[in-house]
Design a binder for this molecule. Structure first.
Ligand code: BDR
Ligand code: CA
Length: 324
């Protein structure tokens, strides 16, 4: 049976790559997509998301508009990375569809309540700042009954990207990330962090991107190829990561990543480290009584290694329709 999933996105070039995979892979049952401000302002995120789903022939998927800004901070987008429209300035025809009239948090609530009622728990895949998810879990904690697990892109055990120490999604709304980890621990929801330690590894080369573009017809393959080409050109590289799509791969093919259960905290203060996920990788032969912070109360699965070729191939086979 296909795995029921919901994506929460800030589309976003690599969110678009993730959406194409989730929309097209027969192993996933994409129940809804919720949008949040992040890489681009939320209205651009909604427009981009509808456009991607149209290209994938999935105009049936509910799309909802969510939080415009982080819980505490002003929104700071990443259009310097993702283009002025947030999705590579591809000059791709816009969708004529409108989002669902409900707020993203209400759509998440309704989908998860339905999942609980039908005993078909959903895997939630947040690929963006965690604002919508924090609001959801604090407002409607009973939706935990409809959740199988949360697999999110964000954070890192090692390096950052938005700053030297923090990854963009967590940095953008650290309070939301902290709330989500706390709520998941409280509600008994399993969490996997697909962070920067694995995020950049699955790559698509320019020759493969060109082959996707050559499929043409303004469909999923052509869009996928153009997205990869945009990213590669932006960074002056011969290839580009599938980015957020790797987290979708981790749901489809869990054996492709190595996870370790580790205590994780989100740094909410810090002079240079706000938004960092502090992943505790010490071995516990030591003496905890001399650590004033103690162990983080939240233990989650952290992805530390990925079979990059396997995930790149999974993505390519799906978005290319098996033609490459
Ligand atoms: C994350 O931030 C965004 O730029 C990407 O879409 C991804 O979700 C990587 O830090
Ligand atoms: Ca994203």
């Amino acid at each position: 049976m296909a795995i029921p999933v919901v994506l929460d996105v800030d589309t976003g070039v690599d969110d678009a790559c993730a959406l194409l995979l989730a929309a097209l892979h027969p192993g996933l049952d994409l129940r809804a997509v919720t949008c949040v401000g992040g890489n681009a302002p939320v209205d651009d995120v909604v427009a981009n998301t509808l456009t991607v789903l149209d290209a994938a022939g999935r105009a049936d998927v509910v799309v909802a508009r969510g939080a415009e800004r982080p819980l505490l901070e002003e929104a700071v987008d990443a259009r310097h990375v993702h283009g002025a429209d947030g999705m590579g300035d591809l000059d791709w025809p816009k969708s004529s569809r409108q989002p669902d009239p409900r707020h993203a948090v209400e759509v998440l609530r309704d989908v998860l309540r339905e999942a609980a009622a039908t005993d078909e728990p959903v895997t939630l895949i947040p690929l963006a700042p965690l604002t919508n998810i924090a609001l959801l879990l604090r407002t409607y904690p009973e939706v935990a009954r409809g959740l199988r697990e949360v697999v999110f892109m964000g954070g890192a055990a090692d390096v950052g990207n938005a700053t030297a120490s923090a990854e963009f999604n967590v940095f953008h709304d650290p309070e939301a990330a902290a709330v989500v980890l706390d709520a998941c621990a409280d509600l008994g929801i399993a969490v996997t962090m697909y962070g920067l330690d694995v995020f950049y590894a699955p790559h698509i080369g320019l020759a493969q991107a060109d082959a996707l573009v050559a499929v043409g017809g303004r469909g999923a393959a052509e869009l996928a190829g153009r997205l990869v080409r945009f990213q590669a050109e932006r960074f002056g590289a011969g290839s580009a990561t599938i980015g957020d799509a790797g987290a979708v791969c981790a749901v489809l093919d869990p054996g492709g990543v190595q996870r370790e259960k580790l205590p994780v905290r989100v740094e909410l203060a810090g002079t240079w480290s706000r938004g960092r996920t502090i992943v505790d990788r010490r071995d516990w032969t030591g003496d905890l009584s001399h650590d004033p912070h103690g162990l983080a109360p939240t233990t989650i699965d952290v992805c530390l290694e990925v079979d990059a070729d396997r995930y790149a191939r999974l993505w390519l086979d799906t978005v290319g329709g098996g033609s490459l």
